[in-house]
Design a protein around this ligand. Structure first.
Ligand code: MEV
Length: 326
């Protein structure tokens, strides 16, 4: 493989959902914050006819795909977001050629931090820089959302928005509204259950429940919408007690939707016993992570309680910068 161009290095953040998961798939708002754990991508042009990918964190080593197969042959799961992003970028901007792509992640793809969306955003910005194309954040979101829907079939796009805009966002399904909330770092503790959840399976679980109990499930979505709007106000006024109570409400409603699980519930309740203002699952549920809102004096106790109940504490700062060239 001969390399001819200088390397472009781009990184994008992971995310945590504070309010509104699942309801956001059904036209409601959510509040998402980008976290300071990032995925880095190195891209350079090659003068051969392959897309080379190295992604050691998902055990992809020495992978190469001949360019003519890019549009016709299915990609392995570990590289499908990168390949689809390359494919749609080449198509939109009528460019092409061999590429060498390497990824490095500061977080495990098992956490539910939105690694697929982060890698999609990072790939698109890196390609835009490599091929000298102007791409606004909105254009990147639109193209990236096509990538996500092509692969996952379902999803609101909130995690992609967090990877692109960064900060903390009030987001409505499909990017109908993307509002940057001007908030400082939030006093959160994150606990990981150790279980990898499958977002599409959980979205379909809620869809089936909705098909059987439309009135009840719609009422739950509306209540989640109301508490998300209330949560936005409480976050702005730094009324942590109120934010915590709303997180508890949100967790209860998600539990009613059937997306919590024993491991999540244990961590959520242990955080409350440790003195957290409130706690909830964060993301699709069924495993992945939970978040707890803490005071400086309860932070360490909450962390210990989460670990005592079998969780792993992940230290994050919220409101991280969106996708950027390194
Ligand atoms: C998953 O992290 C959050 C969901 O609301 C899915 C989505 O919004 O794409 C369940």
């Amino acid at each position: 493989m001969n390399q001819e161009n200088s390397k472009v290095i781009v990184s994008a953040p992971g995310k945590l959902l504070l309010f509104g998961e699942h309801a956001v798939v059904w036209g409601k708002p959510c509040i998402v914050t980008a976290v300071d754990k990032r995925i880095k991508i190195h891209i350079q042009k090659t003068n051969d006819e392959f897309i080379w990918i190295e992604a050691p964190e998902v055990k992809v080593n020495g992978y190469k795909k001949p360019l003519p197969d890019l549009h016709s042959k299915k990609s392995p799961k570990e590289v499908e977001f990168i390949e689809e992003a390359v494919k749609l970028f080449f198509k939109k901007y009528k460019v092409g050629g061999g590429l060498k792509i390497e990824t490095q992640s500061q977080f495990s793809s098992q956490f539910g931090f939105g690694s697929s969306s982060a890698v999609t955003a990072a790939t698109l910005l890196a390609l835009a820089k490599l091929f000298n194309k102007e791409m606004s954040k909105q254009e990147m979101f639109d193209l990236g959302y096509d990538v996500v829907l092509k692969i996952q079939k379902v999803g609101s796009g909130f995690d992609l928005a967090a990877a692109i805009w960064g900060g903390t966002l009030y987001f409505i399904t499909g990017g109908k509204k993307i509002e940057q909330l001007n908030l400082t770092d939030l006093p959160l503790v994150v606990g990981y259950t150790g279980i990898k959840a499958d977002t599409a399976t959980l979205i379909n679980k809620v869809k089936n429940l909705h098909a059987s109990y439309p009135r009840l499930v719609n009422t739950i979505f509306s209540e989640i919408e109301k508490l998300t709007v209330q949560g936005k106000k409480a976050l702005y006024s730094k009324d942590w007690q109120e934010v915590g109570k709303l997180m508890n409400f949100n967790h209860g409603l998600l539990d009613t939707l059937g997306v919590s699980c024993l491991e999540l519930s244990k961590l959520v309740y242990s955080a409350r016993m440790g003195g957290a203002y409130g706690s909830k699952l964060s993301g699709a549920g069924g495993g992945d992570c939970m978040v707890a809102l803490v005071t400086p004096s309860t932070k360490e106790i909450v962390k210990k309680e989460i670990e005592r109940t079998g969780g792993t504490v992940i230290d994050v700062k919220t409101g991280a910068q969106g996708v950027r060239v390194e």
